[in-house]
Design a protein around this ligand. Structure first.
Ligand SMILES: Cc1ncc(COP(=O)(O)O)c(C=O)c1O
Length: 446
């Protein structure tokens, strides 16, 4: 008697998805197996993405949904990040630059009355910064007022911010430089006295604590970046966070084309009177879905990006711990060269979630920054500058209308003498040991 083949199990969506995920896990094992570290041959990049099969599985899951625009994963990420930060409102965007653009743009909304940011008003920031911290000020017709930074914290000094104030000042936007919180207490005091908006650019500071609380929870608005170099990644991605419900409503509108309607993607008539509004000079009953109350953008994230973010956020605690561990090891190992190098100092009462390890060559050292960075790069240790250096020296800034406070001498110094090396979670203790050996080798020859 011949054995009869069992009838094939009826395909269910869950079973089919499971089969795809199993294949994805095998693919991850095959494609992304880690190679052993070879000193001087294996690159030690300043930053990078760290992931396992879970990111690929969730990416595949969102792909199979084929919802594409922000959906269930975007909602899950926004809720999870909000829980971590203790904030009610998190809005995903398609980059950290978009998050900054959105955060500054909402301040122009007419609903904000006297506190509204108008063309010609001033916004204080630092000269040693990333361009898209400052650009949204100019893009909104306002004037950046740039202050210098201090070394070795690389943040603005409160007395410089006091000097920058004028009757036209409406807001302060500052980044927590490379994860090191700026003096939030002093900055908030200045802002509160004058009713100024505070935007914390936390693009390089996810997980940093100030007085035991997450950065981004102090100012009116906080922004994050999820570019691959950052603490967690979505490829491209960012977020604006706030505890202010009124600002949140404006953020949603400015992010989503400037629309008056607040329906989630794919939903209709959340307000229950979609065809009963009369706004602007539109005829009564004009579709609320196509009614625009602000000069908006489309800065939304896709579902695939958000799915990767969900997997990454689950790993954040481990990531922050390894960044801190690598920082401590580099600092302890480089203390011997403090006569040549200025080592980074965390802000008082803070626990930074460092983005990179910042170093400045001391004035009078018998070598230039480029001698040291070339030596490191030759041994495949990646180096980076502190972004734009003194931004007023950048080619595009020649056309910018801005005001500088003082001579920005430290920003010039940062441009000339400062650089950073990696400490991201992909850097193992073996790699840190090789980085330190390379510094020893460099200094032996001095
Ligand atoms: C301080 C700061 N703000 C904003 C950004 C922009 O983020 P994104 O690259 O996601 O646009 C960066 C990028 O690294 C940054 O370092």
């Amino acid at each position: 008697m011949t054995e009869k083949a069992l009838p094939a199990e009826p395909a269910s969506e869950t079973a089919l998805r499971r089969a795809v995920f199993d294949a994805v896990r095998k693919f991850h094992e095959f494609r992304f197996a880690s190679a052993p570290f070879v000193p001087g041959v294996t690159p030690i990049p300043p930053s990078g993405k760290v992931f396992d099969a879970e990111e690929l599985v969730l990416l595949a899951d969102s792909g199979l949904d084929f919802w594409l625009t922000a959906g269930r994963y975007a909602q899950e990420f926004e809720k999870a990040l909000g829980r971590r930060l203790g904030l009610p409102h998190v809005l995903l965007t398609n980059s950290g630059s978009s998050a900054n653009l959105l955060a500054v743009s909402v301040l122009t909304a007419q609903e904000l009355g006297d506190r509204r940011l108008k063309p010609g008003d001033e916004v204080i920031s630092t000269a040693a910064s990333f361009p898209t911290t400052i650009n949204p000020i100019i893009q909104n017709g306002a004037v950046p007022v740039l202050v210098d930074v201090e070394v070795p914290g690389y943040n603005a000094l409160p007395e410089q911010i006091e000097r920058a104030l004028s009757p036209k000042t409406k807001a302060i936007i500052l980044a927590h430089t490379l994860g090191n919180p700026f003096d939030l207490k002093a900055v908030l005091e200045i802002a509160q006295k004058r009713d100024l908006w505070v935007i914390e650019d936390c693009c390089d500071a996810l997980g940093s604590l100030y007085e035991g609380k997450q950065v981004s929870t102090f100012g009116d608005l906080g922004t994050y970046s999820f570019y691959p170099a950052h603490h967690i990644t979505m490829g491209e991605g960012g977020a604006v966070v706030t505890r202010n419900g009124r600002l949140n409503k404006l953020l949603e509108s400015f992010r989503d084309w400037g629309r008056d309607c607040w329906c989630a993607p794919g939903k209709d008539d959340t307000c229950g009177k979609r065809f009963q509004w009369q706004l602007g000079d539109l005829p009564c009953g004009y579709d609320h879905k196509y009614t625009y109350s602000h000069l908006g953008y489309n800065l939304k994230v896709t579902e695939m990006q958000a799915a990767i973010g969900v997997a990454q956020l689950n790993k954040l605690d481990g990531f922050v711990a390894s960044r801190r561990r690598n920082f401590d090891a580099l600092k302890a190992g480089l203390q011997a060269y403090e006569r040549f190098l200025i080592l980074p100092e965390p802000m008082l009462n803070s626990q930074p979630s460092w983005f990179g390890f910042l170093l400045s060559v001391r004035p009078g050292a018998p070598f230039k920054r480029e001698d040291l960075t070339a030596f490191l790069e030759n041994r495949r240790i990646g180096t980076r500058l502190l972004f734009a250096g003194n931004i007023t020296r950048q080619p595009y800034f020649k056309e910018a209308h801005y005001r500088a406070v003082g001579k920005l001498e430290n920003s010039d110094r940062v441009m000339r003498d400062t650089f950073w090396i990696g400490l991201y979670p992909g850097i193992s203790s073996e790699m840190i040991a090789f980085v330190l050996d390379t510094f020893h080798e460099f200094f032996r020859s001095r």
